[in-house]
Write a protein that binds this ligand. Structure first.
Ligand code: NAG
Ligand code: NAG
Length: 423
């Protein structure tokens, strides 16, 4: 038994919501359903199965809705019907009544239920007790006779206008963590902080609902239930589009995103993680006029990750001259306007150690005081990696027209204010 697409239609033949399970049929085929149905009704021929070309529609009517299963293969009709009735039953247990309004009011939950009851077109559990463990609703049970706000109220979204259209629907999500570090001359970490944010670039038509699921680790720590854990997200801030009550209730991050670029969420993490790139430096004087600085750089993250575009800025005295360099990898150059030696390493895999020696002269015999206060600065980026361990488990994109949209997620950790004092 397999269903390619499941539609909920209004009596006026509007697609209220649909779920394309298999992606093997033209969604527009549904346009043939209602005209056939009306024709059959006129001919007083009530048949629960309608065929158009190679498309089969199995349908039931419930209140002011048609539930239509579109299939390609000659499916086992009896099983599919019992499945459609089972869906009605599940939705009734969730929403008290299944009708146009209850679907409009519980759009996301309905979509998730459509997801869970079927996997790649094959019916899965329809036991509402089991489903309720997975899918928690916002409790929009219809009160019979109660006054309901008109459905258009849900479209009052100040940060997104209606009628947005794209030919290709995509969402790009960047999880970016910046590491701030301050280490003193004896190698003690005085400050270690991670500032994270999730950035969105949304290219989606209509009024999409997005749901972001993060990994348990972070969710668990956001709740702060276990303070003894070393990692704890702080100062979690959301864009105004995120439904905060929903987040507080079940940790789901659900929202209608702004069009284009925006920052969805930011957070901070104060934790003594091992510094990702560790630097040690030694200064040797050969005479009053020649100095050598030895710098050792060590990557302290797992070897499956690689830091890119690493630059290490080592301070040198302002009157240094005739510099010479030796590096075990990368290249070093003197940047006199900044009074630094800049050591560039394009690719720095985890668990490696590299060396650089800078040798230069100091013309004045007196000038042997290296700039006392200037620290070594390090810049780097590590793609596909987050220090906090935050991870996107899913990003669901739900739009009532049922289009397919691709989510793209990227992770990057980069240096923020990353300093190691030398003296
Ligand atoms: C570095 O910090 C540690 C711990 O606070 C301290 O014991 C040490 O004296 C500091 N070293 C310098 C050179 O300030
Ligand atoms: C390194 O930096 C250059 C210039 O900023 C950039 O074009 C390039 O994409 C970076 N490389 C990597 C691997 O991030």
């Amino acid at each position: 038994v397999s269903i390619s697409v499941l539609f909920f239609l209004t009596l006026k033949n509007d697609v209220l919501i649909c779920r394309n399970y298999m992606g093997n049929m033209d969604m527009n085929e549904i346009d043939h359903f209602m005209p056939f149905l009306i024709k059959r009704e006129e001919e007083a021929e009530m048949t629960p199965l309608i065929t158009h070309g190679s498309s089969h529609f199995l349908w039931i009517k419930h209140n002011n809705l048609y539930l239509v299963a579109m299939t390609k293969k000659n499916a086992n009709a009896a099983l599919l019907y019992s499945f459609l009735y089972k869906i009605v039953q599940v939705f009734q247990e969730y929403f008290k009544e299944l009708e146009e309004e209850s679907i409009r009011d519980n759009f996301v939950t309905v979509y998730e239920l459509m997801d869970e009851v079927m996997d790649f077109g094959f019916p899965q559990t329809t036991d509402s007790k089991i489903l309720q463990e997975y899918i928690t609703q916002e409790g929009h049970k219809l009160e019979i006779g109660a006054v309901r706000p008109p459905a258009t109220v849900t479209n009052a979204v100040s940060w997104r206008s209606e009628g947005i259209k794209y030919r290709k629907n995509e969402v790009f999500m960047d999880v970016i963590e910046s590491v701030n570090l301050l280490v003193n001359a004896t190698g003690s970490v005085l400050r270690s902080e991670i500032v994270g944010c999730i950035k969105l670039k949304v290219i989606l038509s209509g009024m999409p609902e997005l749901r972001l699921g993060l990994n348990d680790k972070v969710l668990f720590e956001i709740t702060g239930r276990d303070k003894s854990k070393t990692v704890e997200l702080e100062d979690v801030k959301f864009h105004q589009c995120v439904r905060l009550s929903r987040f507080q209730n079940d940790r789901t991050i659900s929202f209608i995103p702004p069009d284009g670029e925006s920052e969805l969420m930011s957070y901070r993490l104060n934790t003594m993680v091992k510094p990702l790139i560790w630097i040690e430096s030694v200064i040797e004087r050969f005479s009053h006029s020649r100095v050598e600085i030895k710098v050792k750089a060590r990557s302290q993250f797992k070897s499956r990750s690689t830091a890119n575009n690493v630059s290490i800025l080592v301070p040198v005295p302002s009157d240094a001259d005739s510099p010479k360099f030796k590096t075990s990898t990368g290249s070093a150059k003197w940047v006199p306007e900044k009074n630094v030696v800049q050591w560039n390493i394009k690719s720095f895999p985890g668990g490696k150690e590299y060396l650089m020696r800078a040798h230069f002269g100091l013309p004045s015999v007196e000038s042997d005081e290296l700039d006392a206060k200037r620290p070594i600065l390090v810049n780097f980026e590590i793609p596909y990696f987050t220090v906090s361990g935050i991870q996107v488990r899913y990003l669901k994109i739900i739009e009532k027209s049922g289009y397919q949209a691709l989510p793209w997620v990227r992770y990057i950790t980069q240096s923020g204010d990353y300093q190691l004092r030398t003296n």
